[in-house]
Design a protein. Sequence first.
Length: 151
Amino acid sequence: MHRIHRKLGRALCNGVCLDAWDSCTYQVLVKNCFDHSPILASNSLRKVSNFRFFSMWLQDKSRLKLIHDSWDNKVVGCPMFILQHKLKSLKIELHDWNKNSFSNVHNVVLLKQSLLLGIQQTLETASMSDIDRLLSQEKITKVELDQDLHC
């Protein structure tokens, strides 16, 4: 089996794109659920804290009380302000709950992604005698990562 490993090193865009994304950066992510390495483009001027939903939360019954209690807090203002405030408050509470209840699964996922990336990078330059062992390690690490991500 002959594997070809290449990473996209260039991007095409026009002037309008460059004006809108003048400080754009990209990161090549670990190929896990895909047959390719996804690329994440971001504009470093805009710092957005993404909300991450983990399927394992559905297994814990205490999430319902947490969501209900958070949503029950009284907020005064226009309806859009109330919605924004409640969502922001719920996000903070879910973050803390996740960290306390699930030992911060995000760090576990990052560690496994890092391990998978290391295996994949080693595969790019591995000798033929090491390929079977590395492919086996890659497969096991992908399964473990899939279990952590529930994808």
